[in-house]
Design a binder for this molecule. Structure first.
Ligand SMILES: *Cc1c(COP(=O)(O)O)cnc(C)c1O
Length: 349
C-alpha cells in the first residue's frame, strides 16, 4: 500500500503555508465587525483580550504580520539613536528589510548566539556604560523559538537572567515569539512564564496556528498605546479587521495543543535524516517544528537536492548552498513525513 497519494504535495517550506481550518472560515464569515481604528471592532477586541490573557499581559494589539509586530514594539520602546542588542541570526536583523534602522532609527548591536540563543553573559558584557560618545542601550531583543537557529529555544532560566540584566541596566526586553507556543511546548515552561520575562512579545497566528493573516503584540497598556500609534504610522490601522481576527480567535482556542504533533513529526524526520548518507544534522538542535541539515556530498549540493525533491512533490528551501530547512505543520501529516524520508532515501542511496 502506498504511504501517500502518489500526487500528494508535501510542503515543508514553512509553517506559513498552512491554510485556515473550516472552523476558521465559518468564524470569519460570521464575525461581528466594526471600525477597528475607532476601537469598535468587537472581534478584534476579543482577540486582543484573549491574547493578552493567554500570555499574562495587560493588553494586546492585532497586527498584519510578525514583522509589523516586532517593528511597532521596537518603535514603542526606543528613541532615535538608541542601540538594540540582538543576535546576529535573528529575524529582526535579517528578514525585516532593515526596518529597525529605517523606521525607528536605532542601531543594531549583534551578538553571536548558539544556534541563535544568546548567552546572558554576552549580553551583560555588551551593554555600554553611560558615556557622551556612546549610543544608549535601551532594548534587548530575543527570539524563541529561533527561526534561523533551527527552532531552538531559550531555557526559561536564561530568559529570567536576561530579564534581570535588563532591569539592572534600565533596559526593556522584547521577545520575538513568532512561535512562542512551540517554545512553550518544547521547554515545558508555561507561555505566561516565558512572556513574563519580556516587556513586549510578538507571536504569529499565521504560522503553525493556521490563521490566514496576522500576529498579536502584547504588553502593558501604556506600551500597547504607543505600539498602536506606531502601527497606524506604518499604515497598519485596519477597519473591519474582525473578519481576520475571528480566525485568530479560533487559532488560539483550538490550534495550540496540536503543535505537539508537529514536534513529533519533526523528530521522526530529523532522526530519519540523521541515518542517511551525506546528511549532517545536529539532533540537539531539533527542538520544535523546524529541522535544518547540511548536505555533504560531492555529487549534490543543497539547491540540487531541492530540485530533486520537487520532482517528487516535496517542497523545502535551501537556506545556504549546503543547508536545507524543513518545517512541519498541520497540513503535513505523518504519511507526508514518511514519504519525504522514503524519497530522500531513494535519492541519496
Ligand atoms: C515569521 C517570523 C516573523 C514574522 O514574519 P511575518 O512574515 O512578518 O509575519 C518574525 N519573527 C520570526 C522569528 C519569524 O519566524
Amino acid at each position: 500500500m502506498p504511504l501517500t497519494e502518489p500526487d500528494q504535495v508535501v510542503d515543508l517550506r514553512s509553517d506559513t503555508v498552512t491554510k485556515p481550518t473550516p472552523e476558521m472560515r465559518r468564524a470569519m464569515a460570521e464575525a461581528e465587525v466594526g471600525d477597528d481604528v475607532f476601537g469598535e471592532d468587537p472581534t478584534v477586541n476579543r482577540l486582543e483580550a484573549l491574547a493578552a490573557e493567554r500570555l499574562g499581559k495587560e493588553a494586546g494589539l492585532f497586527v498584519v504580520s510578525g514583522t509589523m509586530g516586532n517593528q511597532a514594539s521596537l518603535m514603542a520602546q526606543t528613541q532615535r539613536g538608541d542601540e538594540v542588542i540582538l543576535d546576529e541570526s535573528s529575524h529582526i536583523f535579517n528578514y525585516e528589510v532593515a526596518a529597525l534602522v529605517v523606521l525607528s532609527a536605532v542601531q543594531p548591536r549583534t551578538l553571536r548566539g548558539h544556534y541563535g540563543i544568546l548567552d546572558p553573559e554576552d549580553i551583560r558584557r555588551a551593554i555600554r556604560p553611560p558615556n557622551i560618545h556612546a549610543p544608549r542601550n535601551t532594548l534587548i531583543a530575543v527570539e524563541s523559538s529561533h527561526n534561523r537557529g533551527g527552532g531552538t529555544c531559550y531555557p526559561l532560566e536564561a530568559l529570567r537572567e536576561i530579564r534581570r540584566i535588563a532591569t539592572a541596566n534600565g533596559m526593556a526586553v522584547h521577545l520575538d515569539g513568532a512561535r512562542i507556543f512551540n517554545a512553550s511546548i518544547a521547554t515545558g515552561a508555561p507561555v505566561r512564564e516565558l512572556a513574563a520575562q519580556a516587556d513586549s512579545v510578538t507571536f504569529c497566528l499565521s504560522k503553525g496556528l493556521g490563521a490566514p493573516v496576522g500576529s498579536v503584540v502584547v504588553g502593558t497598556r501604556a506600551f500597547i498605546d504607543r505600539a498602536r500609534r506606531a502601527r497606524k504610522m506604518f499604515g497598519g490601522g485596519m477597519r473591519q479587521a474582525g473578519i481576520l481576527a475571528a480566525a485568530g480567535v479560533v487559532a488560539l482556542e483550538t490550534m495550540v495543543d496540536r503543535l505537539r504533533e508537529d514536534h513529533e513529526n519533526t523528530r521522526i524526520l530529523a532522526e530519519g535524516l540523521a541515518s542517511l548518507p551525506g546528511i549532517v544534522i545536529d539532533l540537539a538542535r531539533v527542538q520544535t517544528n523546524i529541522v535544518i541539515f547540511i548536505v555533504k556530498r560531492k555529487d549534490l549540493d543543497a539547491p540540487g537536492l531541492i530540485v530533486k525533491l520537487a520532482e517528487h512533490g516535496i517542497k523545502a528551501f535551501a537556506i545556504t548552498p549546503d543547508s536545507i530547512r524543513m518545517v512541519t505543520h498541520k497540513d503535513v501529516n505523518r504519511a507526508g513525513i514518511l514519504k519525504t524520508l522514503e524519497v530522500l532515501c531513494a535519492i541519496l542511496g
